[in-house]
Design a protein around this ligand. Structure first.
Ligand code: IVH
Length: 562
């Protein structure tokens, strides 16, 4: 290919790849298969290698993590990054609304945009003539740290703005939140714990930590995401009149904008949105900790102005806390489906963001030792997403006597096999005959992303194993309605005789229904089945790749290392 032809082809490839990046990372709506994308990317890379003089900074190939730096430069924000006035009480919201009504007076009642308050790290992105030229942490609000190289590794951040609907301003500084999705947060913490290092307390700290890595390759490993919500400054700005239009403009430039914001007029509507998000909070793939209420018209905002700390036109209506203090009653070694024995904290029940919690994980023996928590201690616990609650720290109580340090048992509390150590973890090596591991595997197999068997939760799984109805995973599919009816009758007797507490899940449910659900799940999609087996390292994504590559289970079994 000659140079002019290469130049044309390179321009075309870049445009196509950018459009696919936008569809995949910003809109969550991929338009082509991964393999096709890889082909385009590879072709572009080869052409740029053949014609290095045609390489430019905004090429999609330049997103690769750069060299480690000694430290970050201090960068002044294009406009101050203020904080928000906040409260968790509805009265404070009512007063905020009254203040705005009074201040706007003649102009008529305020209109608002309500948005989720994303629990991440605030950043400023700067685009000069449409190209990403700077990225800055919030810092003290006036100056932050220049983290451009790290931000470039976030796939959802465009290196170049789209100009389909609005031209890119000569200079555009936008503000948003860098977040770590709960799935990535959990995976990263598992890796840290496995490496004997301390896990991050929450996704916000993890995101902030990833952004401040001196080696951009470390940031790239941590799969961050971003949502933009504000224009901080613009030269030659397009005429935007409201926050709602700002969000639309950000979208049109190809920036990622959250899809939960709504418009509202009355306090009652805002309160309903707040309640609705509290309910959906556990189903979102990222952590939010409140609702941000923003006056919609920008001109009115301008007049209201800001205190030195926060704008007068916005308010953060926070959610009830998911951190509480409670008493640790005991530490119970609990065997999971992979055989890892996790010390579980049993606590005096407390409410955490609307859910009553009485158990929390302490990860492994090293974590228990590091946090030095013992039975009887006062502890701070927290919950993020629907992640298992965690013990954050012990709270000192001077003058109060303490229990003995926790020690792992020498034998498996479920099957009695001698436990072994694997790094910081304690493991029961009796993989196929340990009842506790079998219970864990049954629960995993029936979970939503595996075979999705309704009515087969932890309690039922434990009953099936305890009563000897399931000794190995495949036995599940041989269960008959008669066996389960017998079990139900037996349980009822035990409950009546006071030998067992009323079981919530099983006795009351028809045995037939469970058999029906198991039958319905007995010809699963390959990917779900592979995931449901609970093979180490085979999560939902790997299972899907294996299924796509091999097509049926026999081929997966016969697959060689190559
Ligand atoms: S607006 C001047 N909108 O919350 C107003 N902030 O507690 C600027 N945050 O530092 C903030 N989601 O990092 C706004 N949808 C959202 C937000 C949001 C999260 C963060 C932001 C701010 C903090 C204040």
């Amino acid at each position: 290919m000659d140079r002019p032809a290469a130049e044309k082809r390179i321009a075309r490839l870049r445009e196509e790849i950018r459009a696919h990046d936008h569809a995949y990372y910003v809109l969550d709506r991929p338009k082509i298969a991964d393999s096709e994308y890889d082909r385009l990317f590879h072709e572009l890379k080869e052409l740029e290698e053949a014609f290095p003089e045609l390489r430019t900074d905004d090429s999609p190939t330049q997103r690769v993590a750069g060299r480690p730096v000694e430290g970050f430069a201090t960068v002044e924000h294009r406009a101050p990054m203020l904080s928000l006035d906040s409260a968790a009480e509805e009265e404070t919201l009512v007063r905020f609304d009254e203040r705005l009504r009074k201040a706007l007076g003649e102009e008529g009642p305020p209109t608002y945009v309500v948005e989720p308050k994303l629990d991440g790290a605030s950043v400023e992105l700067v685009y000069t003539d449409g190209l990403l030229t700077d990225a800055v942490t919030r810092g003290d609000g006036r100056r932050g740290e220049g983290i451009l190289e790290n931000v470039k590794t976030i796939a959802a951040v465009p290196l170049k703005l789209r100009e389909e609907r609005l031209p890119a301003p000569a200079l555009l500084a936008v503000r948003g939140e860098v977040i770590m999705r709960l799935e990535d947060f959990e995976r990263q913490n598992e890796e840290l714990v496995a490496a004997g290092r301390e896990p991050y307390a929450n996704p916000r700290n993890a995101a902030a930590g990833a952004l401040r890595q001196l080696d951009p390759r470390r940031t790239a490993e941590r799969t961050l995401d971003i949502y933009l919500y504000d224009v901080l400054a613009a030269e030659e700005p397009p005429p935007l009149a409201t926050q709602w239009e700002v969000l639309e403009a950000l979208r049109s430039w190809g920036l990622r904008v959250n899809d939960l914001p709504r418009r509202a007029r009355e306090v009652a509507e805002i309160a309903a949105y707040h309640r609705d998000l509290i309910e959906r909070r556990d189903d979102l793939p990222y952590e939010i900790d409140g609702v941000v209420v923003k006056l919609d018209p920008l001109a009115a905002r301008e007049r209201l102005g800001a205190t030195s700390h926060h704008p007068r036109w916005a308010f953060a209506y926070k959610f009830p806390p998911r951190r509480e203090v409670t008493r640790l009653l005991s530490i119970l070694p609990s065997v999971g489906r992979t055989g890892v024995v996790t010390p579980v904290a049993l606590m005096r029940p407390v409410e955490l963001g609307g859910v009553t919690v009485s158990r929390a994980t302490l990860h492994n023996r090293e974590e228990v030792a590091r946090k030095d928590v013992r039975e009887g201690d006062l502890v701070r616990i927290q919950r993020a997403g629907d992640v298992i609650p965690q013990v954050v720290e012990r709270i000192e109580e001077p003058g109060r006597g303490r229990g003995e340090p926790f020690e792992m048992p020498a034998r498996c509390p479920s099957c009695g096999t001698a436990l072994t150590e694997r790094g910081p973890f304690t493991v029961c090596p009796n993989s196929f005959d340990c009842p506790a591991q079998l219970v864990g595997r049954l629960v995993h197999l029936s979970s939503r992303r595996a075979l999705d068997i309704e009515g087969l939760g932890e309690e039922t799984a434990r009953l099936l194993v305890d009563k000897g109805l399931v000794r190995h995973l495949p036995d599940l599919f041989d269960l008959t309605a008669e066996q389960l009816l017998e079990l139900a009758a037996e349980l009822k007797e035990e409950v009546d005789a006071g030998r067992r507490e009323r079981t919530r899940s099983f006795a009351e449910k028809s045995a037939g229904k469970l058999v029906e659900a198991i039958r319905a799940a007995s010809r699963p999609e390959l990917a779900r089945f592979l995931y449901g087996l609970g093979v180490p390292e085979v999560g939902v994504t790997v299972a899907a790749s294996l299924a796509r590559q091999f097509g049926d289970f026999d081929r997966v079994r016969r697959a060689t290392e190559e």
